[in-house]
Design a protein around this ligand. Structure first.
Ligand code: FES
Length: 509
């Protein structure tokens, strides 16, 4: 199984299974773009109800965020309920909780119905503070959790070897193996007659003769009554891409010296950005998964330092034996902490639907949105429709956040054009290094591999023209504006761009 980076995630360790075909069925009821958890959940729910449905995936199944998640299943979200209450009020926050409970049930139902072996575990969560300031914040979070009706209590000891100043434990959490789960969904979908088409990068969607015409980069054309964008961002310059911001999180998997030391709960600290913990079971083996160090995509100085800092954090607290995996993954924050799920704004006939802005709770909101979008298509209404509507008018604070995010985009558009490294010759670039530089009067992105071979790309992002930045752990060119990502030679890894970076012939520079 492949994913969108150089580092390997444990979720790629799944048995090979032939999924994805070149489909000659080019006319369907619903086209789902993206074969992650959102797309596969929606596609299966629609196919179950007799819709003829195809999934178009630019790369391979679980290539994006689903293959890089920590796969926590939470009803207690990354954004504290105390903050959500402050932004959206108590009634809406109660609905948010209800929706996360619904998502947990939907996952359990699919696992049971299709006998999906995906290591699904129900467990409690723990959250802890180590400073007075963190304790104050955590007490507010505890009060909000209790106010909403989740069972929660103060505890003295944690499931990990950290002595907290203050800690709480709450019910209704869990974790699973995300790729085993969506391969199970994909198998069920295909068994019901659904088609998954891999290697199908959607370039644009147009209305022709009252239907939607979807064209892929290799020139294929598909037609459908409805289209679901299950890709976080949508292809091209679209309003929704300006209402979310891309972030990256860093994850490591450790074997511990003491087999009994693996936590039987999901855990979170209160640092900013916070760390998260869970146990991963793989056959006879157990591993500790720790993540954190989050930052806006392409806003870090040196991505590798995040892994070093995470490693220092883990080894200072756990009796570790060896590090088994490390990888980073991209997710998208909305401006008001709630996802956008529903009809695509500005496309008034309701034929295009979107789900995005899941924050760090993609498994829950991906599952929820798959079902919500399927219901919108089947019944023209769904539970939580208003709460998560992409056309909702958020609180004033969220409008301010949106403005600030886009000020940041403009800043990068201007500043990064001026900021180039200066080197006299390519020999100054060390092996394994990359830089955006002026060379012979041209601005180019140059990467020198471990053998000394050079690849050169035009660093202007093919989405809206910001300058990409080298990510030295995933070996990708990442865009700081809306999160498009490209491989060493400019090949497209992540939208909203729909074309690769232009490459330069180094011999002709
Ligand atoms: Fe929008 Fe690069 S992703 S400019």
């Amino acid at each position: 199984m492949e994913r969108d980076g150089n580092n390997r995630s444990i979720w790629q360790d799944v048995p090979d299974r032939t999924i994805g075909k070149i489909s000659n069925r080019e006319d369907v009821d619903v086209l789902v773009i993206g074969a992650g958890i959102t797309g596969m959940t929606a596609a299966l729910a629609l196919q179950e109800e007799g819709q003829i449905c195809s999934v178009l995936e630019a790369n391979s199944i679980a290539f994006g965020t689903t293959g890089g998640t920590s796969a926590h299943l939470n009803t207690v979200l990354d954004t504290p309920y105390s903050d959500i209450i402050k932004q959206h009020g108590l009634d809406k926050t109660r609905e948010v909780l209800q929706s996360t409970r619904r998502a947990m049930d939907l996952i359990r139902d699919n696992v049971e119905k299709y006998a999906i072996d995906c290591d699904l575990i129900d467990c409690n969560g723990q959250m802890y503070a180590t400073t007075g300031e963190e304790k104050e914040e955590l007490q507010k979070i505890k009060d909000a959790i209790l106010q909403l009706g989740i069972s929660c209590s103060e505890i003295d000891n944690l499931a990990i070897p950290v002595k907290p100043l203050y800690a709480i434990e709450f019910a209704e959490q869990g974790h699973f193996n995300p790729t085993k789960y969506i391969l199970g969904l994909a198998g069920a979908f295909e068994a019901l007659g659904g088609m998954i088409v891999t290697g199908a990068l959607v370039q644009h969607v147009k209305r022709i003769d009252g239907r939607l015409s979807v064209t892929t980069a290799d020139g294929r054309v598909f037609r459908a009554d409805k289209v679901i964008y299950a890709t976080h961002t949508t292809p091209g310059i679209q309003l929704m891409n300006f209402r979310i911001a891309p972030y990256r999180s860093y994850l490591q998997l450790w074997e511990l010296a003491d087999h009994a030391a693996y936590p039987d709960k999901v855990l979170y600290d209160m640092e900013d950005p916070f760390h998260y913990f869970r146990t991963v079971v793989q056959g006879e083996n157990r591993f500790l998964l720790v993540g954190g160090q989050d930052h806006k995509t392409a806003h870090g100085e040196n991505e590798n330092v995040n892994f070093l800092e995470l490693q220092a954090f883990v080894t200072a607290r756990f009796n570790t034996k060896r590090k088994v995996y490390q990888w980073s993954s991209q997710y998208y924050e909305s401006q008001d902490a709630l996802p956008f799920i529903g009809y695509y704004p500005g496309k008034s006939d309701g034929r295009e639907l979107i789900a995005t802005g899941f924050g760090g709770n993609g498994m829950i909101f991906g599952s929820l949105s798959g079902h919500m979008l399927a219901d919108l298509i089947l019944k023209e209404t769904c539970e939580f429709e208003k709460l998560y509507s992409p056309t909702r008018f958020g609180p004033l604070s969220s409008v301010k956040d949106l403005v600030m995010e886009n000020v940041d985009v403009v800043k990068h558009f201007v500043k990064d054009r001026l900021a180039v490294d200066k080197i006299e010759g390519l020999s100054e670039l060390a092996k394994g290094e990359a830089a955006v530089l002026k060379y012979e009067g041209k601005r180019i992105g140059i990467y020198k591999d471990q053998e000394g071979a050079i690849s050169a790309v035009d660093p202007v992002c093919r989405h809206a023209g910001c300058i990409v930045k080298w990510n030295n752990t995933e070996e990708s060119w990442d865009c700081p504006c809306h999160g498009a990502r490209y491989g060493i030679n400019g090949e497209l890894l992540t939208g909203p761009a729909v074309a690769p970076l232009a490459s330069h012939d180094i011999d002709k520079l």
